[in-house]
Write a protein that binds this ligand. Sequence first.
Ligand code: ADP
Ligand code: MG
Length: 563
Amino acid sequence: ETRKETLGFQTEVKQLLQLMIHSLYSNKEIFLRELISNASDAADKLRFEAISKPELLEGDAEPRVRVSFDADAKTVTIDDNGIGMSREEVIAHLGTIAKSGTADFLNALSGDQRKDSQLIGQFGVGFYSAFIVADRVEVFTRRAGAPAAEGVHWSSAGEGEFDIETVEKPGRGTRVVLHLKEDDVGFADGWRLREIVKKYSDHIGVPIQMPKQHHGEDKDAPAEPEWETVNRANALWTRSRNEVSEDEYKAFYKHVSHDFGDPLTWSHNKVEGKLEYTSLLYVPGRAPFDLYHREAARGLKLYVQRVFIMDQAEQFLPLYLRFLRGVVDSNDLSLNVSREILQKDPVISSMKSALTKRVLDMLDKLATGEPEKYAEFWKQFGQVLKEGPAEDFANRERIAGLLRFASTHSGGEAQDVSLADYVGRMKDGQTKVYYLTGESPAQVRNSPHLEVFRKKGIEVLLLTDRIDEWLMGYLTEFDGKSFVDVARGDLDLGAFDTDTDKQAQEEVAKSKQGLVERLKAALGDDVADVRVSHRLTESPAVLALGEQDIGLQLRQILEASGQ
Ligand code: ADP
Ligand code: MG
């Protein structure tokens, strides 16, 4: 059937298109990166499906992406022999179903164009970036395995709707034809396109071919062009570290993460021995807008012996490292591996603990080698790392070493003190790490609980993030020193008292015995105990929590939620 129909874009897709066309004009050339990225994904998917159904290859087993242009017709064409799309897939993927998270993304927009164009980069622009340079886009596609008569022609001006029609398409795969806007006809140029391919897509594992250039004799060029490969065409992670430049690592990051910005750092390793795999892990430069959404994309791209298996394989890293992006390529897993198998396979759990260590190493190295970058990392992802000690008990001491806190040592609100810094500054005889939790650094700094510490010159960590009290429930020790909440129970600061201090304290305690009895009688059951304390120097009294009581922060959360 050759049904021709006109369908409307989903509302979210329409909004996205408008936004993209208007906010990405300064970086137009990325359309080519996105379309080549899709073509390369399509080659990956075909190779994967062909493992169980070799007939899908239809005698054409060499994947390639072809980029060509026609300066007279003002077109640029990207043609692949990948998996292709059925009519239903075209309708769903190119117009009526917004990517998951689109609504969240649109809600996160601020209306400030500069900020929003950064956001859209994080969200991943994808196919619709074609409309940055084209005022009409056509897609011809046929799914691998479907008969030639079941090709599909999709066409749209990117405004509110698209046309779709069944057509004959002998070759499998997808051809995208861009009809360039008057301002953008400059893209129909072989040298310019080559340069863009080199810049953004050199690391793509599939050959990207372009017609051989004939200097100044375009008119005599043969009708069927001679194709030459213009990229390096082997997957970046399979190369050895010293063969890959910084820029190539950065470009590859953009390919796997859909982020416009540069990564903060990365770690590329080939592991041999009992387990064999290659991993390339990146720490993004910025936290994605959906870092705390339960359904947000996370996980690594999984390959088995260079064959793409799946995106968002979540089983290779713990949840508190969900911000990592990258690739893992295993030699031990079967090509038939599924998400269900991944959950149970013991190979995966060994890989997970090795990769986790790898990431913690990478963060350690960043913290010691490039402290300013680490400070940036902490700003973006510190809150997530704080989930670590609870989730990953085995590594809690290492994670503790990566945490940063505000403290009475530094005046500001910045979280820049490590536990190692703290321990390095401990007073003679100090065996504990002291901390105080509360609403904000400003409020905590005025707490009467700090008076005695100030007097004795002992540093106290100031924990004011929502997660902190919960975190401290899982952090019991660092470097053999236990943690003490200064708002709790009886503080034993005896070690810092001189003999005269002690004598004076005893005398005060004796002389106030009567007052204590009267207060106990007056307060009755409202308090557990009344004690003479030496922790105050200016305030007359302080409410302290018992050793086992729920902390104040948590109490407020529980009360707010009606418990
Ligand atoms: P993403 O690549 O992040 O999924 P895109 O907007 O780039 O988002 O593409 C949307 C979807 O359209 C893809 O997930 C894929 O299903 C389909 N698609 C796009 N280009 C191709 C192609 N060349 N071959 C096959 N499917 C494609
Ligand atoms: Mg894409």
